[in-house]
Design a protein around this ligand. Structure first.
Ligand SMILES: [Zn+2]
Ligand SMILES: [Zn+2]
Length: 342
C-alpha cells in the first residue's frame, strides 16, 4: 500500500509500505479520510523523524475488529491517537493527556504507529470509537482538532459576557473561537499575521472582529476596542513573540491559555504578570470525555465543523497541501487527504 512518509525537511515521499498484520488485539482500520494538523507541520518542517507516517485525525472502516468484540467489519470509526498507559494517576483520574506515555506511541506521531497518510492502520482497541451513522467521514476526521479546541476553552473557564481574544486563526484557533461563543463570550476577536485567515474567522462567524498582529498599533487597537483588555486570551499560535503581546492584552486578573506549542524560550518581564495577577495555563490535547462530547455535538448538529474544511486532496498532493497550509497568505486551515487516491 502507498503512504506519504517524511523524507526530509519540508518534503514528503510517496512510497510503498507494508500493511499491518492483524494480531487479534489491535483494530485494523481502512482509512477513508485524514486531516492535516498544525502539529504535523512541526514534523514536516523539521524533516524528522524520517519515515514517519503522520495522520492522527482520521475516519476509517474496521477491516478487523481485533479484541473489540463490539465492533464489526465495516463499522465506521475514529480514534483518540494517544497511547496512555492506563494505570498511572493521570490515567486513573481521567486525564490521559498528562500521562507520560501518551505521546510515546501515538498514532501518526510515532514511528511504530503509522497514521492515516496511508490506507490501512492498526490502532489500539481502547482508543477506537464508533461513529454515529449521521456523522460523515469528513466530520469524523474533524473530531480530534475540535476536541483540542474544546479542551482549551474548558480550561479558559469563560463566563457569560467575557471578552475573549484567540491568537492565531488556524483550525484550533477557529474551533476555540467557536466554543468561546458557545460558552457565552460577548465578544470574540482573533488576531492573525495572515490577513486571509483573519478575515476568514469573521466570515465564518466564529469571530466578531479580527486584528492584524503585524500592525505596529496592534496592542493600542485592541486596548481601544476592549478598554481594559480581554478577560481571556487563548494562544493557538505557538509563536513565542505572541506571548508578550498576550500579557499586554489580557485584563488584570485575566487568564491566558497556551494551546499553541513552541520549543523556543519565551522572554518577558514577569512584573506584567505579577502586577496584573495573570493566570497562565497550558492546554494539551483532550480527555476521552471531551473527545466523545465533540462526536455528540457534531452528531446532534450543535456545531458545524465542515465549514472549516477547505479541501480534500489525493495522497499524492499531500506535499502541496502542506505548502498551502504554511504559505502565510492562503486562507486554508484544514485540508484532508484521501489516502486511497494517488
Ligand atoms: Zn490534531
Ligand atoms: Zn498513564
Amino acid at each position: 500500500m502507498k503512504a506519504a512518509i517524511i523524507e526530509d525537511i519540508k518534503k514528503f515521499k510517496i512510497t510503498d509500505v507494508k500493511e499491518p498484520t492483524p494480531d487479534n488485539e489491535k483494530v485494523i482500520i481502512n482509512v477513508i479520510k485524514t486531516g492535516i494538523c498544525g502539529s504535523d507541520i512541526h514534523y514536516w518542517d523539521a524533516g524528522e523523524p524520517k519515515g514517519l507516517i503522520m495522520g492522527h485525525e482520521f475516519t476509517g472502516k474496521v477491516s478487523n475488529p481485533g479484541n473489540r468484540y463490539d465492533l464489526k467489519i465495516g463499522d465506521r470509526v475514529t480514534a483518540l491517537p494517544i497511547s496512555p498507559c492506563g494505570h498511572c494517576e493521570a490515567c486513573e483520574t481521567g486525564n490521559p493527556q498528562y500521562c507520560a506515555e501518551t505521546w510515546t506511541h501515538a498514532v501518526g506521531l510515532s514511528l511504530d504507529n503509522p497514521g492515516g497518510l496511508t490506507s490501512t492502520i492498526a490502532v489500539r482497541p481502547d482508543m477506537v470509537i464508533k461513529l454515529p451513522d449521521n456523522v460523515t467521514d469528513e466530520e469524523g476526521a474533524m473530531v480530534e482538532p475540535t476536541a483540542v479546541g474544546l479542551h482549551a476553552v474548558h480550561l479558559a473557564d469563560i463566563r457569560v459576557g467575557d471578552k475573549v481574544l484567540v491568537v492565531g486563526g488556524g483550525i484550533i484557533g477557529l474551533v476555540s473561537a467557536m466554543f468561546a461563543k458557545l460558552e457565552g463570550a460577548e465578544y470574540v476577536a482573533v488576531s492573525e499575521t495572515n490577513p486571509a485567515r483573519g478575515q476568514k474567522s469573521v466570515k465564518l462567524g466564529v469571530a466578531d472582529e479580527w486584528f492584524d498582529a503585524k500592525d505596529p498599533n496592534f496592542i493600542n487597537n485592541i486596548m481601544t476596542k476592549t478598554q481594559n483588555g480581554f478577560d481571556i486570551v487563548i494562544d493557538c499560535s505557538g509563536n513565542t513573540k505572541a506571548v508578550e503581546s498576550e500579557l499586554m492584552s489580557v485584563k488584570a486578573g485575566g487568564t491566558i491559555v497556551l494551546a499553541g506549542v513552541s520549543q523556543k524560550p519565551i522572554e518577558f518581564a514577569s512584573i506584567i504578570a505579577v502586577m496584573k495577577e495573570i493566570t497562565i495555563k497550558g492546554s494539551i490535547a483532550y480527555t476521552k470525555e471531551e473527545f466523545k462530547k465533540c462526536i455528540s455535538l457534531i452528531s446532534n448538529k450543535k456545531i458545524d465543523v465542515m465549514k472549516f474544511v477547505d479541501d480534500i486532496v489525493p495522497l499524492t498532493d499531500t506535499q502541496k497541501a502542506y505548502e498551502r497550509l504554511t504559505s502565510g497568505t492562503d486562507d486554508a486551515v484544514k485540508i484532508m487527504v484521501d489516502p486511497n487516491q494517488y
